[in-house]
Write a new protein. Structure first.
Lengths: 363, 276, 309
């Protein structure tokens, strides 16, 4: 069952067009992340879904209702704000019960639901405190509690973890995954943090300048980015993207990038559409660069040991490459090493419009 | 400010200056409790040899002071209530809603906040005579709105702009209507600002002189400012002890407000006048 | 839940429209009151300035620009303008000097600081009527404490006529004005001082700046914005001050302290020339407009900077 549908949704602020035309279908029970750099329209999209921002045109449906002209209160949603937006003059208990009170839930039932949520989020000892007396993590749980206490059809979360420190963020990430699994509710989650999007989502909607770039499960976004933007945006360290040429001779295909001439595997060459441009953007993931042996040589520019892996920045005759090596590598800046590429995993994009040339067979 | 240790040098410079600044008020108080005989001596008598409250009792029994005081109270309180009612709604509208003419209106409010009273006074006088309000407390309330409302709007606007919009958004998502969110979330958050604004409006109305001078010429509607000044102007022989006693008494409400709400007064001060 | 899709009017924006209507409903009382007690009187002041009206009977006739011609031709307007400028510059200078100095002192951790602050700030909240009564008693030529102290100290031989002679009267009202209004400067500057980050002073200290250069290189530049606003605002307010001058000197001796607001009042209710009074008021406002617009621009620039941040 389709839960949330954006259909030809447009949003402009005065003369500025924030979102030209957005189509998005979110299935019931999904955890969808809206991911993109700041200003990409992800928060505007969420706020339009919440009814806090009016669409300029197009329709938004939740379930079978068109909600564009409904007030937020009538949309049957719950939302967690980046700032938490806890009511400072109310206690934790009053904050959590506020949505119930506004919907005329009887006092006894409110108490039961409050107790349930408090138990779920371990808020018991905090119920009589004011938000100011809570730590950031505790405030976050209260904001979550206020959303959970009702049984809305969609949960909206606007960068809920961005104000937490790194350790707490990892912990809350796990808790949110667990929560989603347990509740099975549709959740729409706005973030600029790809780690959050990758780990939590069933599907990710990558946005840029108000335009949806790709809407797919995390693995597909990572392995088959729809265009050069998604390819460069997803993955840490970032994929190497460089201008190159695609040369075709009979049934062979050769990619020239920098001083390298890379023979594509037979199957890959065959899968390329016939009418492919010769000017392309070549994308190489760091884990697809094998350092130590291979037909090419590069100078080591910088070595970043992280512990479980090492990031190596290479210079192959003017082509800058990033490589990921498992464990610690006995490499030093300045020395020359041999390297190879996983040719079946090269990402090829049209240089003009950035679109992916063909599907890469997954490994 | 880094150390908690008192700065003695600064104290030695500051306190004599503070005392000089406070001296006129101290002298007012001392004059008001001195027997009349001690007042007119060749050599100044710093501290009274004996304390008397006769001037206070004379002001209260022999002059219409209490009536003026009552008028001022009614005037200041009704002005404050009206101004707060109108300006709380108006400021909220200016801060949170989008409609044509909003920016112009905000600029107009700021402009009126700088407008001199003497420009408005003749037309206001004519208008109030025409609608039959001349010489009443109501006419003064109307006139006081002309300076108190822009001031209150400007203060409250900057207070309300400081309330995170997310709070209202959250309330609306949680099931409140727009006005519900205003009542449940904005009003409690704006309360310190509303208190400051109310205090300021009260003080402005309590201290106003010019409109009271022009619009009212009977004791039934005369507030303290013009009433007490009349005692000075109409007296054949100026009795300074009486005037000082009256001055002390008309300042008592301000002293009380100032003592208990100094924090509110100084905070709104910054918000309205200077922060823009 | 009602099905909104069916009831939806053509074109999007029902939410926004409902919102705008509510916003206008909330501002309506404000517009009504401002219109009645400010906009209408302001426009009719301009209208009245083209008439000759006798105040007690309110009868009059149209005279066109005659009021303005008379006003600009007579020396009264120009000398009052000069008097107003002298008063404004004089009292404002005192307010700024005393205000900034006092703010710097009160920013230090002095003994009984909150009491000192309370005492210093209180005159601003006091009624001008009370301030005037107190100061006129202090300035009293026969029994005033000021003359007595100065004579006892041997500074003057005979009592000084503080309010009845020039330039004494002008200097006296400048001092009273400064005493009454300098707390405004103190509060504004004090609030700003508290927001100057300590790290700026630490950086200056590391760079070898002494206390004097720390004041000129760190404190003063940080105060520049707030002082600009305070000076503009107080210029407008001092320029239009009526109560204090009217009650201290009534504009005298002769016309020594007669500023523009006093002329307006005197024309309207002393000489009963309401049309002429309106012409004076409008002319005065045109002079003030320069400062008002400067302040408006400044304030708007600030609020835009705030909302952008």
């Amino acid at each position: 069952m389709v839960q949330v549908v954006f259909e030809k949704v447009r949003k402009s602020f005065g003369a500025t067009v924030a979102i030209p035309c957005l189509d998005l279908r979110i299935e019931s029970g999904e955890f969808v992340s809206l991911l993109g750099p700041s200003g990409c329209g992800k928060t505007t999209t969420l706020r339009m879904l919440a009814g806090l921002e009016q669409t300029s045109s197009g329709s938004i449906r939740i379930g079978d209702r068109d909600v564009v002209d409904l007030a937020p209160a009538a949309r049957d949603i719950a939302m967690v704000f980046q700032s938490y937006a806890l009511y400072p003059h109310m206690t934790v208990a009053e904050n959590i019960c506020y949505p119930l009170k506004k919907r005329g839930v009887a006092k006894a039932e409110r108490a039961t639901k409050l107790a349930d949520v408090a138990a779920l989020l371990q808020l018991g000892p905090l119920l009589d405190r004011k938000p100011k007396q809570l730590s950031g993590g505790q405030q976050q749980r209260v904001a979550l509690g206020r959303a959970l206490v009702r049984d809305p059809s969609v949960f909206l979360l606007d960068e809920p973890l961005s104000n937490l420190d790194a350790a707490l963020r990892a912990h809350m990430r796990a808790e949110l995954i667990e929560l989603h699994r347990r509740l099975g509710k549709t959740m729409v989650y706005v973030t600029h943090d790809q780690l959050e999007a990758m780990t939590m989502s069933t599907r990710i909607a990558v946005m840029r300048d108000g335009v949806l770039q790709q809407f797919a499960p995390p693995a597909e976004i990572y392995n088959h980015p729809a265009n050069a933007f998604v390819a460069g945006f997803i993955g840490t360290p970032a994929m190497t993207l460089a201008d190159g040429l695609l040369l075709r001779e009979a049934d062979k295909a050769i990619v020239r990038v920098g001083a390298l001439a890379i023979d594509l595997p037979q199957a890959r060459a065959a899968s390329l559409p016939a009418a492919t441009p010769s000017a392309i953007t070549v994308g190489i993931r760091p884990e697809d660069v094998a350092v130590g042996a291979g037909p090419w040589a590069a100078r080591v520019r910088l070595v970043e040991p992280i512990g479980h892996e090492t990031i190596v920045f290479l210079d192959a005759d003017g082509l800058s490459l990033t490589a990921r090596v498992t464990g610690s590598a006995a490499l030093h800046a300045g020395e020359t090493v041999a390297f190879d590429l996983r040719r079946d995993r090269l990402h090829l994009f049209d240089k003009i419009d950035g679109r992916r040339l063909a599907t890469v067979p997954s490994a | 400010m880094t150390t908690r240790r008192p700065n003695l040098l600064a104290s030695l410079i500051a306190w004599p200056l503070v005392l000089i600044i406070a001296f006129p008020l101290a002298w007012m108080l001392l004059t008001s409790i001195k027997p009349a005989a001690e007042l007119f001596t060749r050599t100044p008598q710093w501290l009274p040899r004996s304390i008397t409250f006769e001037h206070y009792t004379r002001v209260l029994t022999e002059t219409p002071f209490l009536q003026y005081f009552g008028n001022s109270m009614i005037l200041a309180i009704s002005t404050t209530v009206l101004v707060i009612l109108v300006s709380v709604l108006g400021a909220y509208s200016l801060v949170r809603f989008r409609y044509r003419g909003r920016e112009t209106l905000a600029a107009l409010v700021l402009f009126t906040y700088l407008l001199p009273s003497v420009v408005l006074i003749s037309p206001l006088y004519l208008m109030l005579v025409k609608v039959g309000l001349a010489n009443t407390l109501a006419s003064l309330v109307a006139a006081y709105m002309s300076f108190a409302l822009p001031y209150a709007l400007w203060l409250l606007r900057s207070f309300m702009a400081g309330i995170p919009e997310d709070l209202e958004s959250a309330a609306m998502v949680d099931g409140a209507s727009r006005m519900g969110a205003f009542v449940d979330v904005v009003l409690p958050q704006a309360l310190p600002g509303i208190i400051s604004t109310a205090l300021f409006t009260f003080i402005l109305a309590w201290n106003e002189y010019l409109y009271a001078l022009v619009l009212v010429n009977s004791d039934e509607a005369r507030p303290l400012t013009t009433g007490v000044m009349n005692m000075l102007i109409s007296a054949f022989n100026i009795e300074w002890s009486l005037l000082m006693a009256a001055s002390v008494m008309m300042s008592i409400p301000l002293v009380i407000l100032f003592a208990f709400f100094q924090r509110y007064l100084t905070s709104s001060f910054g918000a309205g006048g200077v922060k823009g | 839940m009602p099905d909104a899709a069916a009831a939806r009017p053509p074109g999007a924006g029902a939410l926004e429209r409902r919102d705008a209507l509510l916003g206008m409903a909330l501002i309506a009382p404000t517009i009504l009151v401002l219109g009645a007690v400010i906009v209408y009187p302001l426009l009719s002041a301009i209208y009245l300035s083209f008439f000759s009206i006798y105040t007690p009977t309110l009868e009059g006739h149209f005279v066109g620009l005659a009021n303005y011609r008379d006003l600009l031709g007579s020396g009264g307007f120009w000398s009052a303008l000069v008097t107003t400028a002298i008063w404004t510059v004089g009292t404002l200078t005192l307010q700024i000097l005393v205000g900034v100095g006092m703010a710097l002192l009160l920013h230090q951790n002095i003994l009984f600081r909150s009491l000192a602050r309370g005492l210093v700030l209180f005159p601003y909240f006091l009624s001008t009527v009370v301030a005037v009564l107190v100061w006129r008693w202090l300035f009293n030529d026969l029994y005033g404490i000021l003359n007595q102290m100065l004579m006892n100290a041997g500074i003057i031989a005979a009592p000084v006529n503080w309010l009845g002679a020039m330039p004494n009267a002008m200097l006296s009202i400048m001092v009273v004005g400064a005493w009454k209004f300098f707390p405004f400067v103190v509060i504004a500057v004090l609030a700003r001082l508290q927001t100057i980050p300590e790290s700026l002073y630490e950086a200056a200290r590391i760079d070898g700046a002494g206390p004097v250069s720390r004041f000129f290189d760190v404190t003063l530049p940080q105060l520049r914005d707030v002082l600009t606003i305070v000076i503009l605002l107080r210029t407008v307010w001092d320029f239009k001050e009526f109560d204090l001058i009217y009650l201290m000197t009534g504009g005298g001796p002769v016309n020594g302290t007669r500023t523009l607001p006093l002329i307006v009042y005197n024309q309207a209710f002393g000489l009963n020339q309401m049309g002429m009074a309106a012409a004076y008021a409008v002319s005065m406002m045109l002079v003030m407009l320069v400062f008002m617009l400067a302040y408006l621009r400044r304030a708007n620039a600030r609020s835009e900077a705030d909302s952008a941040a």
